[in-house]
Design a protein around this ligand. Sequence first.
Ligand code: PLP
Length: 353
Amino acid sequence: MREWESHVRKVTPYTPGEQPGSFPGMVKLNTNENPYPPAPGVRKALEELTPESFRLYPDPAASELVDALAEYYGKDRERFFVGVGSDDVIAMAFQTFFNSKEPILFPDISYSFYSVWAQLFGIPYRRPALDGEFRLVKEDYFGENGGIIFPNPNAPTGLYLELGAVEEILAHNPSSVVIVDEAYVDFAGPSAMELVDRYDNLLVVQTFSKSRSLAGLRIGFAYGQPQLIRYLNDVKYSFNSYTLNLPSLKLGAEALKDKAYFRETVEKIVATRERVKRELSSLGFHFPDSGANFIFAAHESCPAGELFQALRKEHIYVRYFDAPRIRNYLRITIGTDEEMNKLLSFLKAYLKR
Ligand SMILES: *Cc1c(COP(=O)(O)O)cnc(C)c1O
């Protein structure tokens, strides 16, 4: 080790899903992107961007996007915070709200970025185990803690927790900030946004990466009472005033305008998901009942690691986590019907050998 290396902050980074270059015939079902293009208005807004507009800094308050969110949800603009994907929003929220000596809580099987941020920022954490069917045990979150975060629906299991249970967790935690990471909520049930009026310690985080087909633009937002949002903004302005770039602000605002297109593509994905559930069951797979745009499936006899490699050879990419309790599962993103048919016919043939 060189002398200066003793002063280096050493972390184990998050491992994002593989982004193989795209080529014809490939089926990419490994990072929960949306298989459909963004709303048609986004193309038009893109064509209106000029290189001259990039000469100036973007609006640090991100007003165009914040106003579009306020308008879309019919809520005050003071309740919204935007960031470079929900990853940026959540990282900022960790720094802002998780400053207790008590450990923060999140499930043992959950978004693997949470423990990475906790380690990076020196936040103590504890991970209560999901039950045998991967359900969150709400009582595990009733004791003393330094904050709470969980995805709803959970990732990578896909299970949606009813709002009644979310509210019970909130009711037991008046002295902690509770973050509900709703990256997939548009494919599931009602959002915890409706609880924000009653709980000033609730922060709901969502993203444009999945249901709005804009993973490449990096847009996420948080919704909470104005005092929480002010604290978040104070940290943001202490870190980087210009987080969202100009194209993301404009195109993100545009994407919110077309509600019909949004509903149509979300419904298509949900319909495909339900069909794929039936077909996977008949091939001998079992899985938690997903409310997300992916299915977390294990086969009755064929190990997931083997299936993962066999699929990869066929240029069908799914996600595999070699981790305790879940190493026999594949996380399969819902693509177009055509993509899912390719996956299903390969599995059918492979499992028959
Ligand atoms: C995808 C995902 C995110 C991050 O999404 P961004 O692309 O950064 O907006 C956050 N939480 C969960 C659970 C996710 O699956």
